[in-house]
Design a protein around this ligand. Structure first.
Ligand SMILES: [Zn+2]
Length: 150
């Protein structure tokens, strides 16, 4: 089975080359994060009313409820991480927005005894000239034929 692996490697490297933001976007235009090791659970992050809202999505990116799930969020530079107050919402979780340029690190557990899955994203609200979206929600990677940024 040499060919499929070679093709996969090619696809991956091509994907990285094309990826401007390299961002996967969800059904609501939010940032998709992996909340599982096998692509069965995702979080879609949107910014609304000065809060990051994290909606839980199943493998088909359909909303899913997981009452036992927990999430912790920290932000800031490595030396000075700041714990963010996470609250439960009907669709998942919410926590306060961070300053531009900060990286948010999330630890998700599907239950109190579940193994933590770490996901992170950098909040870069500056505008991408190619797709006219904030960089942290850059759509260039998803576009059929992405325009070259000048
Ligand atoms: Zn873009």
């Amino acid at each position: 089975m040499k060919t499929p692996i070679a093709l996969l490697a090619l696809a991956l490297s091509a994907g990285f080359a094309l990826a401007h933001g390299g961002v996967e976007l969800g059904p609501n235009g939010g940032r998709i994060l992996e909340f599982s090791k096998n692509e069965t659970l995702h979080g879609e992050v949107i910014l609304a009313a000065d809060k990051f809202q994290v909606a839980l999505l199943d493998k088909d990116q359909k909303p899913t409820a997981l009452p036992t799930a927990t999430l912790t969020a920290t932000s800031g530079t490595g030396a000075k991480p700041t714990k963010l107050a996470v609250e439960k919402t009907p669709t998942g979780f919410a926590f306060p927005a961070v300053a531009a340029g900060q990286t948010v690190v999330l630890q998700f557990r599907d239950s109190a005894t579940g193994k933590p899955v770490t996901a992170r994203f950098k909040f870069d609200p500056s505008n991408c000239e190619s797709c006219n979206h904030p960089e942290w929600l850059c759509q260039c990677a998803a576009a059929e034929a992405p325009k070259k940024a000048k």
